[in-house]
Design a protein around this ligand. Structure first.
Ligand code: 4AZ
Length: 846
């Protein structure tokens, strides 16, 4: 790697100086001039003197404001690139000290001066420009232009800069007539610099360059990586180049920065300077090394910048730089597709597609059939475009219908009326994403869903699912225009809902119809004076959730309230009334015990979006354990609660005629495991197993057990404990929870190799008891997706039901039983951990 000591040498104004541009006149107190009784003549004289002084001061300030303030100037930096169409790139242009570089740079700065001089709103403030680099195509020049702008005029200068391209276009016409070797300029882009890059606290500016040639793979990394944290208050740039005709490929194998992007960040540009309209991605936080991120440029250059401040410095990043030929498979897309089915993806999928890409697929299926396309993954996100309906940035056009942003799996689907379909993929010049993978099939035009219901979004569902109260299509088209069955709830908005959802405290209709006229609210809920039911969690949370404020009266917020079943007991035995105070980042107990032992329930990595399947990412559930028996392999799950103790299900450790599952020597616990059969976990034998003394193997009541490891485990990014909830912890019905495990992916199916995860909802206890025909005890809780299709299954038993709360997860339940797996109206049943909290502490000390 080549080190260049130049760096960005601009010295931005100190923040304090910028702020002076926003000066305001001081306010004064009118009461000072109110007439008061008593002080007499002397008082009057003093009053007049003070009055005169105040008037003089104000006059002075006004003069300063209108006269001198105008002279406060602000340094304004623009970064830009332009294309020189009448020059050919030479290798010497890569070296900023070569005479060729200097000569061309002089021509560019002269040309820029000329352009700015023709715009009066710019000319008077222009200070100068410096060329930072050149790249191929014909020749692209990257530069910084500096202006000294009167305070308050910044916006006017910004707007004049945006007109520069037209100005250059017109000056081209005149330069045609100019003698000598004038440059022909084209494709001019400008932007003000990201304000964070102008921080005055940078103490160090570093600049590196890397040229990937042939098959050589270079490496760039943050200073000190991996042995020491990156340096504070540093701004670093890596200018990356590939040979002409090649693109730059940048592959991060580690990205471990502070979570807060305001403090430390890495920004990648499809340029050699920091032009905001050429940003490919901004990164901060810790990404799982098992999901590498690869970026491609549109030309043969790329820029990586890194900015750090003095707070929290982390190991940093490492990335590999190589080149790929323009037009090679990973950089291109589109073409002719035919046959009865097939698939296609965005370029570089499942990695980031390149910017500035346009490609088209034409799908032709046999005559007489029509084409149906379904996108499995659809990730075309851009900051600020989350809810864009117009799709002005990156998009996929399916037979004339544009789709953009981030869409849930398998929800983008379309069917043609003939045997041809055209799909266009477009990525603009800024921000890239992981893209899409899609499948197409030939289907019968007259009967696109044989013996099934055809949803509006082209999904096919079983006919009996129509008007049954569940959104099976995903777009509610199977639940509209329904005549509800007699026993069903007829929601005002036209939907039908099953009767057991009436008055369960959850707005299932979406318009509240099913929660009207309910009288008292179910357990876990607070009844407002206006009859509304709200989650008990919202009671006394400082917000008016009822709408009539009744949930915020009679709230004893202090410590030392009378201890009851619903109060939280601090270590010093004092009680507090706050709901779920443990590990919420606020000290609520006088002794701080509610914030003790809170290093739990957090994945080390930034949650990245899963591409494909419902595989968990390695390290996403670091408390997940695989319990194995040598002759069978994986049998049950468990959760780490400390370096020595695991929680599992009692039914996993019951002896039968063949196996002594209650004996510690029968088991091996694998911690930090992701894929079964791979050498990626830490193995521990067991010292003891403590099943719950009241476990009932007929009803599955008290289905919980503890396991002590023979030797403690060291926590890593992949091995961490989950937080245990206090006995009073409230897990509100309808809240989202994660289930995870290597269990069967369908009833009667086989265990999986890779750890799976699924998002389900907690289900109201009374509703669940109705569904489970009264088999529930107060030591059980339910979670699932009542439409069916998502559930824990055989082999998941003993594993965690992880409830996310703020940045961490709490162990809400232990996978216990269910009627089959993923059946409609048959949720999974879990042991309720809050009920066993005291027992866990008694046995383990945790
Ligand atoms: C089991 O056999 C099992 N659907 C676990 C969970 C569920 C069913 C069976 C819940 O381990």
């Amino acid at each position: 790697m080549e080190y260049m000591d130049s760096g960005l040498r601009y010295t931005p104004k100190k923040e304090a100086e910028w702020e002076t541009t926003e000066g305001f006149l001081p306010t004064y107190d009118n009461k000072q001039f109110e007439k008061k009784k008593g002080p007499g003549k002397a008082g009057a004289v003093i009053g007049i003197v003070i009055f005169a002084a105040v008037v003089a001061l104000m006059a002075g300030l006004l003069v300063w404001h209108f006269h001198f303030r105008k002279d406060i100037r602000v340094k304004r930096m623009y970064t830009g690139s332009l294309k020189i169409t009448n020059q050919v790139f030479e290798d010497a242009y890569e070296n900023s000290s070569s005479p060729e570089f200097k000569a061309l740079a002089k021509q560019v700065t002269d040309e820029l001066k000329d352009v700015y001089s023709k715009m009066p709103s710019l000319a008077k403030y222009y200070v100068g420009s410096t060329v930072q680099a050149f790249s191929e195509g014909s020749v692209i020049a990257y530069y910084l232009s500096e202006f000294n702008v009167p305070a308050g005029q910044e916006a006017a200068v910004d707007s004049a800069m945006t007109k520069i391209n037209q100005q250059i276009a017109s000056s081209q016409r005149s330069s045609l007539n100019k003698p000598g070797n004038s440059l022909l300029l084209d494709d001019v882009v400008y932007s003000a610099i990201d304000a964070r890059m102008l921080s005055t606290s940078f103490e160090q500016f570093l600049k590196y360059s890397e040229h990937a040639r042939g098959n050589f793979i270079g490496t760039i990394e943050s200073p000190g990586f991996p042995n020491t944290p990156y340096p504070p208050n540093t701004f670093i740039q890596w200018q990356l180049r590939a040979d002409p005709g090649y693109l730059v490929k940048l592959k991060f194998d580690t990205m471990n920065l502070e979570e807060n992007c305001k403090h430390d960040f890495v920004k990648i540009y499809d340029s050699l300077v920091t032009i905001e309209s050429r940003v490919l991605e901004e990164l901060c936080g810790y990404y799982s090394p098992s999901e590498p991120m690869t970026f491609l440029s549109s030309g043969n250059v790329m820029l990586v910048t890194m900015a750090t401040n003095e707070i929290h410095n982390y190991p940093g990043f490492r990335a590999h730089v190589s080149q790929v030929k323009r037009g090679s498979k990973e950089t291109t897309c589109g073409g002719q597709l035919s046959g009865v089915k097939g698939s296609f993806t965005s370029p570089n999928f499942p990695n980031y597609y390149p910017p500035d890409t346009l490609c088209q697929w034409t799908i032709t299926v046999p005559e007489g059939k029509v084409v149906k396309v379904t996108f499995n993954t659809f990730l075309l996100g851009e900051p600020g475009q989350e809810n864009s309906k117009t799709c002005k940035k990156d998009y996929v056009d399916i037979n004339g219908k544009k789709v953009c942003g981030e869409q849930p799996r398998n929800t983008v689907t379309q069917t043609t009326t003939n045997n041809k379909m055209t799909i266009t993929f477009y990525s603009d010049k800024s921000y890239v994403d992981r893209g899409f993978d899609a499948e197409y099939e030939a289907i019968d035009r007259k009967d696109p869903c044989p013996n099934q219901f055809h949803c509006k979004n082209d999904k096919c569902i079983k006919s009996e699912l129509r008007c049954d109260g569940w959104n099976d299509c995903g777009d509610y088209s199977d639940e509209t225009q329904c005549n509800c069955k007699a026993e069903y709830i007829s929601c005002k908005n036209g939907l039908c809902k099953p009767p057991f959802w009436k008055c369960d405290g959850i707005d299932d209709c979406g318009d509240g119809t099913d929660e009207l006229n309910c009288g008292g609210c179910p357990t876990g809920h607070f009844t407002c004076n206006n009859k509304k039911c709200i989650s008990a969690k919202l009671h006394c949370d400082g917000r008016d959730d009822c709408g009539d404020n009744t949930d915020e009266v009679k709230c004893n917020r202090g410590t030392g309230v009378t201890c009851t079943e619903t109060t939280y007991k601090c270590k010093n035995n004092k009680c507090i009334s706050k709901v779920n105070p443990e590990c919420d980042g606020e000290q609520d107990c006088d002794d701080g015990s509610d914030e003790e032992n809170c290093d739990c329930g957090q994945s080390a990595f930034k949650t990245t979006r899963i591409v494909g399947g419902e595989n968990a990412t390695p390290g996403e559930f670091p408390w997940q354990v695989s319990l194995q028996v040598k002759k069978y392999g994986h049998l049950c799950g468990a959760s780490i609660i400390s370096s020595r103790w695991l929680v599992t299900a009692a039914h996993c450790v019951q002896d039968n005629s063949k196996d002594r599952f209650s004996k510690p020597e029968t088991w091996e616990a694998y911690l930090g495991l992701h894929e079964q059969g791979k050498d990626n976990g830490v193995k521990r034998n067991l010292k003891q197993i403590i099943p719950h003394p009241y476990y009932n193997d007929y009803t599955y009541d008290n289905d919980i057990a503890l396991m002590e490891l023979q030797s403690p485990v060291t926590f890593t990014d992949y091995i961490k404990p989950i937080c245990l909830p206090s006995p009073q912890h409230v897990f509100p019905a309808a809240g989202f929870v994660w289930i995870s495990g290597w269990g069967a992916t369908r009833e009667g199916g086989l265990a999986t190799k890779t750890l799976q995860k699924a998002k389900v909802r907690l289900i109201n206890q009374d509703t669940c008891n109705t569904l489970m025909k009264g088999q529930l005890t107060s030591r059980m809780m339910c979670a699932g997706v009542l439409e069916g299709g998502v559930d824990a299954c055989q082999g998941d038993s003993g594993g965690p039901l992880s409830f996310p709360e703020g940045p961490r997860m709490f162990l809400a339940g232990v996978v216990s039983w269910g009627e089959g797996c993923a059946r409609r109206n048959k949720p999974g049943i879990y042991s309720k951990v809050t009920q066993f909290r005291a027992w866990i502490e008694e046995k383990t000390g945790v």
